[in-house]
Design a protein around this ligand. Structure first.
Ligand SMILES: N[C@@H](CCC(=O)N[C@@H](CS)C(=O)NCC(=O)O)C(=O)O
Length: 233
């Protein structure tokens, strides 16, 4: 859909997200947009990761030097990448942050836990995917290190045990409220399904948490879209 609304008074006009809709990282921004009821105001431009469209010289030069998705682009050409940064932006637009904290301590705690989820779980499974499985295919995966990839898989599994121990004491990853850290962890579960790994059965608190967050309309919207997604030829 074409959005010509003032998404942000500071940068009026259309907002585009370069996206691979069912992806474990793009999912984080999709869910945040649904939580904030902003999803319909964004134009999504599909970038085919399996064709390496995110690694072309032009994409690296003009959109995101790191060659990853999602990337948010504003009408004046400004860009935001990194899920945490984009979520922070989206969440603060209306002056009513519900995902990234309100008090200084809450903000610190949510950032700490988001990074911990990324480092111990989501990124570990991502590195397993890129190094120890065919990943995005030979055109994109120019360097792979099987041994390191397998270590990352094991680290990701340990990370899930750590998150499980946290969730035995509190309902959400950063405490008693759903936050950006939970959304990052949902991204980890999305990656588990990409690499066909089951979360450990004994991580009961983590599995119950996943059932609970799956009840949220934002998460259901994401999975509805992802389950019907077909990779274009
Ligand atoms: N730290 C980045 C990571 C983004 C990321 O890894 N995105 C995936 C999409 S699921 C990607 O673009 N992978 C392509 C690649 O690594 O070649 C973020 O938080 O946005």
């Amino acid at each position: 859909m074409s959005a010509t609304i003032n998404f942000d008074n500071a940068i009026p006009g259309k907002v585009t997200i370069y996206d691979f809709p069912p992806g474990p990282y793009p999912c984080r921004v999709q869910i945040a947009l649904h939580e904030k009821k902003l999803h319909d105001l964004v134009d999504f431009e599909f970038v085919n990761l399996y064709k390496g469209e995110h690694k072309t010289d032009e994409f690296l030069r003009t959109k995101n030097y790191s060659g990853t998705l999602p990337v948010m682009e504003f009408a004046d050409g400004s860009l935001l990448s990194e899920c945490t940064a984009i979520t922070e932006y989206i969440d603060n637009l209306d002056g009513n942050p519900i995902l990234t904290g309100t008090t200084p301590f809450e903000k610190g705690q949510i950032h700490m836990m988001t990074r911990r989820v990324e480092f111990e779980f989501l990124e570990a499974i991502s590195l397993y995917f890129h190094n120890a499985t065919p990943g995005l295919g030979p055109t994109v995966e120019k360097y792979q290190n099987l041994e390191w990839g397998l270590r990352q898989r094991d680290r990701g599994i340990r990370g899930m045990h750590f998150l499980n121990s946290l969730l035995q004491k509190q309902p959400y990853i950063a405490g008693d409220k759903f936050s950006m850290a939970d959304i990052a962890c949902i991204g980890g579960f999305v990656f588990l399904s990409v690499v066909k790994l089951e979360p450990p059965k004994e991580c009961k608190a983590l599995l119950e948490w996943f059932d609970r967050v799956n009840e949220r309309p934002s998460v259901q919207e994401f999975f509805k879209m992802a389950n019907s997604f077909e990779l274009p030829a």
